[in-house]
Each structure stands twice: as structure tokens, then as C-alpha cells.
Write a protein that binds this ligand. Structure first.
Ligand code: NAP
Length: 242
């Protein structure tokens, strides 16, 4: 039976690259997205073109009812074997003192609470084992001063979540790992008000360039797959040395 994997935020950026890579590796995929239906439809078309089953579900990962609907919809593909907790947001780049309460709550809601809600559903449904990959960030150890310290703190919480879940779910045959991307060339930077951020900061990256979404997707796919069968609780940095 083919692996069945849910990818949150699978319509754009790292999530879309992950969906395409997993479909090519033989996964059936349920992807969720929040708003951009055209982007989600385009990714779904590629899943079908790869000969895999797929569905695209509009679901905000911060809403418990929508998350439940996502997991119910994915059940039509077969027993769940994988979850990629990827849907994440920053807020507008700026000094810590100017951070609004609404932005703070949204960043914690999406990057932490949304991950926990999805992991809970996955843990309940993976009765024959499985694998979860949480997409964290190199920000968790860099701290993101002057940009979004609250986002970095939420990603550090993702790392702790990964370690705790790996220990609690390991005895149930569920592996839990994280990938920590560095500067990756996606639309997340434009959404934070700095479209040129990845290229502007590239000279500070030891490898001298931003990463591409598929370079992160490769690490996610490895952690989900059988070659990582003894890997759990790992936080794999994919950040060009940053
Ligand atoms: P992106 O290009 O902005 O894509 C974000 C994706 O998440 C979109 O599919 C978006 O769907 C979806 N999404 C956002 N909020 C959602 C919600 N509440 N519920 C469901 N879906 C939601 O972002 P990205 O750069 O690929 O980032 C993906 C992950 O990598 C995030 O966790 C991010 O924190 C992490 N990361 C990124 C970088 C980087 O440099 N790009 C670095 C480190 C870590 P809609 O378009 O429909 O809103």
C-alpha cells in the first residue's frame, strides 16, 4: 500500500516542493492551504501527473474543526503514515518593541498551536506507526534580532515539541523529526515586507546563496522515508552553514 502523507501549507514554497517530491517518491498526498486555491490546484495537478492520488483541502491549521476535517478528508486516501507540519507564517519585519499583539498571537497560533493540533490527529490515526516532520527554522538558534524574535521563539518551541513527541510517540512506532531551513527563496519574505531578504542576506551564508525549496524538501522526504528508520528526535539544519 502506498504511503499516505498530509502536507500542511502544501500550496506554495517549501510545502509545494515537498508535495511534488513525495508524489514522485510514491506517496499519496493530502495537502492543505489557507487561501490560495489556484496555487493549491496547480500543485495537485502535479501530484496526479505523477500518477499518485491527491486532494487539496482548504484548512486553516489554527482552527481545530478545520484540522479535523483535513484529517477526515485524508482518510479517503488510506491509512495515514506521514505528516509534514509545514504551514508557517512570519509577521512584518521590524523592531521587537513595535510588535503588535495580533501579530504575536497569529505567529504563535500558526507556527506552534497549529503544529500541535495536527500532530495530535496524526498520533491518534497512526495506529500502525508513521513519521512526522516538523518544519522549524534556523531562526530558532539565530534569534532573528531586529526582524521577528517572536517567530524565532515559536520555532524554538517547535524543536522542543519535536524532541518531546519523539520520546512519547517512539514506543508507538512513530518517528518525529524536524528540519530547520535557513534562508530559502520563497514568498514568505515578501509577505514579511522584505521581498529581497533572501538575496540581500545571502553574502552572510557560508555557501553564499539562498537555498531552494526543493533542497529542503529533499531532507523532509528522507526523514519521512525508510532510509531514516532509526532517526527520531533529530533536528536537521538545512541552512547553507548559517
Ligand atoms: P510560504 O512560501 O509563505 O508558504 C506558506 C504556505 O503555508 C502556503 O501554502 C500557505 O497557504 C500556507 N499557510 C500559511 N498559513 C496557513 C494556515 N494557517 N493554515 C494552512 N496553511 C497555511 O512559506 P515557506 O517559506 O514555504 O515556509 C514554509 C515553512 O518553512 C514555514 O513553517 C516557515 O516558517 C519555514 N521556514 C521558511 C524559511 C524561508 O526562508 N522560506 C526559513 C526557515 C523556515 P496560503 O498561500 O493559502 O496562505
Amino acid at each position: 500500500m502506498a504511503p499516505v502523507t498530509i502536507v500542511t501549507g502544501g500550496s506554495r514554497g517549501i510545502g509545494a516542493a515537498t508535495v511534488r517530491r513525495l508524489a514522485a517518491a510514491g506517496h499519496d498526498i493530502a495537502l492543505c492551504y489557507r487561501a490560495d486555491t489556484d496555487a493549491a490546484t496547480a500543485v495537485l495537478r502535479d501530484v496526479h501527473a505523477a500518477g499518485r492520488q491527491g486532494i487539496a483541502v482548504p484548512a486553516d491549521t489554527t482552527d481545530p474543526d478545520q484540522v479535523a476535517d483535513l484529517f477526515d478528508a485524508a482518510a479517503a486516501l488510506g491509512p495515514l503514515t506521514g505528516l509534514v507540519n509545514n504551514a508557517g507564517v512570519t509577521s512584518t519585519i521590524g523592531p521587537f518593541v513595535d510588535l503588535t499583539l495580533a501579530d504575536l498571537r497569529r505567529v504563535v497560533d500558526v507556527n506552534l498551536i497549529g503544529y500541535i493540533l495536527c500532530a495530535q490527529h496524526a498520533a491518534r490515526r497512526m495506529t500502525s506507526g508513521g513519521a512526522i516532520v516538523n518544519v522549524s527554522s534556523a531562526a530558532a538558534t539565530l534569534g532573528s534580532p531586529g526582524e521577528y524574535i517572536h517567530y524565532a521563539a515559536a520555532k524554538a518551541a517547535t524543536d522542543t515539541l519535536t524532541i518531546g513527541l519523539s520520546k512519547e510517540l517512539g514506543p508507538h512506532g512513530i518517528r518525529v523529526n524536524a528540519v530547520s531551513p535557513g534562508l530559502i527563496d520563497t514568498e514568505i519574505h515578501a509577505l514579511s515586507g522584505a521581498p529581497d531578504r533572501a538575496t540581500r542576506l545571502a553574502p552572510g551564508v557560508p555557501l553564499g546563496r539562498p537555498g531552494q525549496p526543493d533542497e529542503v524538501a529533499a531532507a523532509i522526504a528522507w526523514l519521512l522515508g525508510p532510509d531514516a528508520s532509526y532517526t527520531t528526535g533529530a533536528i536537521l539544519r538545512v541552512a547553507g552553514g548559517r
